[in-house]
Design a binder for this molecule. Sequence first.
Ligand code: ME8
Length: 649
Amino acid sequence: MSNYITTPIYYVNGEAHIGHAYTTFIADMMARYARLKGEETYFLTGTDEHGQKIEESAKKNGKSSQEFADEISALFKNLWDDFGISYDQFIRTTDAEHKRGVQKAFETMVANGDIYKGHYEGHYCVSCETFFPETQLIDGEFCPDCGRTTSIVKEESYFFKLSAYEQKLLDYYDAHPDFILPKSRRNEVINFVKGGLNDLSVTRTSFTWGVKLPESMNDDKHVMYVWLDALLNYITALGYGGDEERMHFWPATMQLVGKDILRFHAIYWPAFLMSLNLPLPKHIGAHGWWTRDGEKMSKSKGNVVLPREVADAYGLENFRYFMMREVPFGQDGDFSQRAFIDRINSDLSNDLGNLLNRIIGMSGKYSDFSIDSVDVAKYHTRELEEAHRILGGLESYLDEVQTHRYLEELWKVFTIGNKAIEEHAPWVKMKEGKTDEALATVALVANLLAKASVMLHPFMPQTTATIADALGFTIDTAAYNRLIAEKALLEPFVIKKVPPLFPRVEEPLMPEAPKAMIEEAPKKAEAPKKEKPEAKSDEAPGLITFDKFFETSLKVGTVVEAEEVPKSKKLLRLQVDLGEEKPRQIVAGIKEFYSAESLLNTQVCVVANLKPAKLMGILSEGMLLAAKDDEGLVLIRPESPRKAGSSIG
Ligand code: ME8
């Protein structure tokens, strides 16, 4: 049996956060599990480096696209290296072999009659690198995924005949009910395909940061659409279009993705593969979305959880355990320090850590740390059988990536151990002179710990290696075969004392998330409340310095567009010219006091450096100054017209 496990390749437009870490942890766990069983395994991760979004981010940072991609890609790679992620290959879409493979795939699609030239016109979201039909846009303009403004793009484009694959895809889903995991996501994909597939624009002429078309096309105006380029990484990594050295790993056994990119992996990707006459992956596993304390994570909110911070504060393996234990695969999960601390204290410290401490303590007292399994079967057949039944059933949970069920079941083995100690009370048996019985219970628990550690190894490799070392063995395929497959018991050994593996955590170890930004219409259109400055001894309390005041950027703007926000009693959507490249969109809660028309071409005062927020799903990039009293609200405006963008202060 050979395994090929992949993560998505991550965009190099920002640092990794816990969402990326989650996918990567699961993939790493699955690869380790397969290797533990002695199966041939290839684990791929990497970075997605082309496209307009990256080109723009690089420009903003004053770097070339390649420089920028090099930097961020290295951040991902270093993070995974520091985390001991056991990938076999870290692919970059800027790798020469990858680009060659993508060109080869394009040529093959052309040869198979699946590519034609035409024109594309549509609403494009640069941030998501995706076209959306008008019907899906919010208010006919905003991206349904990220809420940002879309723009109409019309360009010459090559198209992939996705429509030709509609029925073939439906037939495939039908014949392979576990192709999409969890199965609950299957219908969503099937309905999308049944709704009709449009041909897919697979090249762009509006930017240059992408894989060029193969020379045989004789058309250097175009670069590949980033999703075509990106999806093909899963085969170019195996040498597709080149030496094909590792192509025997194809088809992938498990391709892990977030639910946001399931459509690309369950519809476009299989269609591309069909066009290339390659078999389809066995499973596409789509996990849910992580939030922080119930809030969507975003850079603008400043509440993104960085994997390194979590690992530094709580320990890498506790972090892995928490993420894979806390959330049923496929469902959204919430990162809360409270929930994390509970898992550490209850599951890891109480259930697992204490069990190890107890047998170290007891064996120290009763047998000078020697443990012998000789009488375990005699006194503890029931417990052993029960544990073997649980351990033998675990793998089935991985078939559907149900990591939380796997761990939940595995923990029952620790419960058996803790219960056996309570029921058989070795300290009483020792007093009664039944030394064999007492030592058999200690040895039972040592065996349960050993077997459970083997099965926990893919989730917590270092910790379980330490436990195994204390129990006189090493976790490897031979140990898996002996202790799990053959259900053998440990050879006699001398247990080693280890410092507590899971110290209890009493207080959150990371700063709490910053207060969430307002998501609903503000009650008053007012200047933001400033944080009360800390009073230094030589300053009057409650007063701020000039410097502090000038941290707020106030500008005069001209309203160039104004309209009501549908279904909202309070909100108007304005486009305000602040003398920048394009007008800012500002959503203001002033509809009760001003009509949209009356604002057109008038001037307003704007807080211009406020973090963007969404009001009723619409992005607002500033705030208007206004004064309100019992008689109502009035906007603060310059006494006579000023140039758009003039600063106030
Ligand atoms: O989509 N919760 O890259 P990307 C859970 N380059 N998972 C999350 C998450 C969150 N809040 N945020 C991100 C791309 N992820 C493309 C993929 S593959 C051929 C191309 C995870 O950097 C999740 O796995 O935006 C998601 O699918 C992936 O990061 C997307 O990362």
